[in-house]
Structure formats: C-alpha cells, structure tokens
Ligand binder design. Sequence first.
Ligand code: HEC
Length: 117
Amino acid sequence: MRRILIISLLASLIGVQPGLADDDPSPDATTRGKAIAFDRNKGNCLACHAIEGGELAGNYGPPLLLMKVRFPERADLRAQIWDAAVNDPNTRMPPYGRHRILTEEEIDLVVDFIHTL
Ligand code: HEC
C-alpha cells in the first residue's frame, strides 16, 4: 500500500497520470463539468436525474448510468444534452444548447463528466 502511494505520488510529481488514455478528458474538465451539472443555477441535472455523487436527485428522467455503453459516440451524448427534442420531440428535458441555457464550453465540460458515468 505504502509503495503504491509513493509510486502515485512520484507519478503525479512528474505529471504522469496512470490509466489515462490520450483522448480521455482531463480530470480538471470532468471536475468542472460535474460542478456545472450539479449547480442548481446551471445544469441542474439532479432535478430530474440520479447521478452518482449527487444529492436530492429527482427521478423524472432515467438515472445517468453506463453512459459510455448507452452513448459509445461522445457526439450522440452531446446531441442529447444540446437538444433532447431531436431524439424525443415531446421530451421535458431542457434544450441546453438550443436555448443557450449553457454555453458551448459548459456543454462540452458537462459531456466530459457525464461520459465518465
Ligand atoms: C426537467 C427534467 C430534466 C432535466 C433538468 C434534465 N434532464 Fe436529462 N432527461 C430527462 C428526461 C425526461 C429524459 C428521458 C428521455 C427524453 O425524454 O429525452 C432525459 C434523458 C437524458 C439522457 C439520456 C439518458 C439515456 O440513458 O438515454 C441524458 C444523457 C440526459 N438526460 C442528460 C442530462 C443532463 C446532463 C442534464 C443536465 C445538464 C439533464 N439531463 C437535465 C429530463 C431532464
């Protein structure tokens, strides 16, 4: 255990992040995306979705689980968040991109986070 701690400490000192592939979002992006998703004045995704680590979640929408399995293509996940009405014209999920509820950058960060679930 101690050896693992020392190795990961050394790895973080020299900037190596074990287990992180080139195309994976940075931990910073997923942390920021999570904050936006959970913020009641931003994404407010917890109003309708159970999300790991979130409190007082609603259940109007499905729990956000296995997102990489449900959305192998990141672009499809982004499209759902940008405008859920494209997949379901009667959806009650807010069109975050089309209505500019979130900026394009904020949507990218939220997608980075949601794709880790
Ligand atoms: C007002 C309720 C509501 C809010 C707020 C909401 N959603 Fe949804 N969401 C839904 C509903 C309902 C669905 C079910 C499919 C549909 O109607 O589009 C859904 C579907 C989804 C799906 C597809 C899930 C799957 O397994 O197919 C994703 C991903 C998603 N939402 C992400 C988000 C994210 C990220 C946010 C916050 C930025 C968010 N939603 C905010 C209601 C909501």
